[in-house]
Design a protein around this ligand. Structure first.
Ligand code: 2P0
Length: 359
């Protein structure tokens, strides 16, 4: 075994920095329930967002102590709790990336979206960190690896940090988890969906209505673990498997009515799994339901193909093709804004995936 002091770099242990801008994502087919080793209980599918991103720069230098150090800063402020979590994460993957043990890390991260927005900052943040680590690896140990392998490895390591983060490594519409009959799917990493997507979905908008900004009372990690004893879990996993296969077809054929049925059902099923866990819990708020009812009314009256999805929280994501943007904006301004806190609305859309910010 290599001792920590034994230099594994070709030259002297370097001092340098790497940086990535990486987006959050919103799942349409939900990952809820997992097996050990961050293996999802069912396959999931998401839209990568464009505007909701983390920008992360990792500065590294030869470690001075016995153990490597991680100092994590969010918006320039030290975050001792996060630093500990990221140290534990680095520790858990250093057998695959032995250079980790020889470096000290200063991580500076900032998000373009407010913390209170309930946007999955673990997905953008962990994917950015995993991309940075893979950049260090590529620079010194894996110079010739292909772009495809690079992103696959980044997705693999992002998954070990936070499951949904593995989907943020790719742009557009992304799947994660083995799907019967779909050869290029894996539980280990995500991939862009292989089939051609109907033009309708290429410029989909996601407008997020912020209903509540309090820290949620049950973390996603606890939520996942409660699926182990949920008596509806086995049925849910069968349903998810069926839904993802259907949705992959719908994304090809562009049937928005079918799209809406699956996407809304997935959102409500996710929350019904929370309500049927033991102990049970509820992350929706009264205003979440008011918004959903308004959307159903609006759709019936205007036949606008607007639907909603929910993450593990009370905020509502409105999904619709770009050409309905002005109609939906008017609807939000007149009917929905009353249910938000401080008129908080985040306009986002399908995005192209992460970008390197330090060459
Ligand atoms: C998803 N969520 O597919 C689902 C839907 C929230 C609702 O994945 O424990 O932060 O880090 O693997 O990925 C949130 O859970 O959980 C999540 P960990 P993660 O996006």
């Amino acid at each position: 075994m290599t001792s920590r002091k034994e230099n594994i770099f070709e030259d002297k242990i370097p001092t340098d920095k790497v940086g990535w801008r990486s987006p959050s994502n919103i799942a349409l087919i939900k990952y809820w329930g997992k097996k050990s080793g961050q293996i999802p209980a069912n396959a999931s599918l998401s839209f990568t967002l464009k505007e909701s991103v983390s920008e992360t720069v990792i500065e590294y230098c030869p470690t001075e102590g016995k153990d490597f150090k991680v100092d994590f800063f969010l918006d320039g402020e030290p975050q001792p709790e996060f630093s500990k979590k990221i140290h534990a994460y680095f520790d858990s993957i250093k057998h695959s990336m032995p250079f980790i043990a020889q470096l000290d890390f200063k991580i500076n991260s900032k998000n373009t979206f407010p913390h209170s927005a309930g946007i999955a900052s673990s997905a953008s943040g962990m994917s950015a960190i995993a991309l940075c680590l893979c950049d260090i690896e590529k620079k010194y140990f894996d110079k010739d690896s292909s772009e495809e392998k690079f992103f696959q490895r980044a997705s693999y390591f992002a998954r070990l940090g936070s499951g949904s983060a593995c989907r943020s490594v790719y742009g557009g519409i992304v799947q994660w988890g083995e799907i019967d009959g779909h050869r290029n799917t894996s539980n280990m990493f995500a991939s862009e969906i292989g089939n051609e997507v109907d033009k309708l979905f290429e410029d989909f908008h996601d407008t997020i209505l912020i209903v509540d900004s309090e820290q949620k009372k049950v973390s996603s990690t606890v939520g996942h673990s409660l699926m182990n004893d949920n008596i509806f879990a086995s049925g849910r996993f069968i349903q998810a498997d069926d839904n993802i296969k259907q949705l992959l077809q719908i994304l090809k054929n562009g049937n928005l009515n079918d799209f809406i049925k699956i996407v809304e059902s997935e959102a409500l099923t996710l929350h019904s799994m929370m309500m049927t866990s033991n102990p049970y819990f509820l992350l929706m708020k009264p205003n979440t339901i008011s918004i959903i009812e308004k959307i159903w009314e609006f759709r019936k009256e205007t036949e606008t193909p607007l639907c909603f999805t929910l993450d593990a929280g009370p905020n509502v994501h409105l999904l619709y093709p770009a050409k309905y943007a002005s109609k939906v904006k008017k609807f939000i301004d007149t009917e929905l804004i009353q249910f938000t806190i401080n008129n908080m609305v985040i306009n986002d859309m399908l995005g192209g995936g992460p970008e390197r910010i330090i060459e």
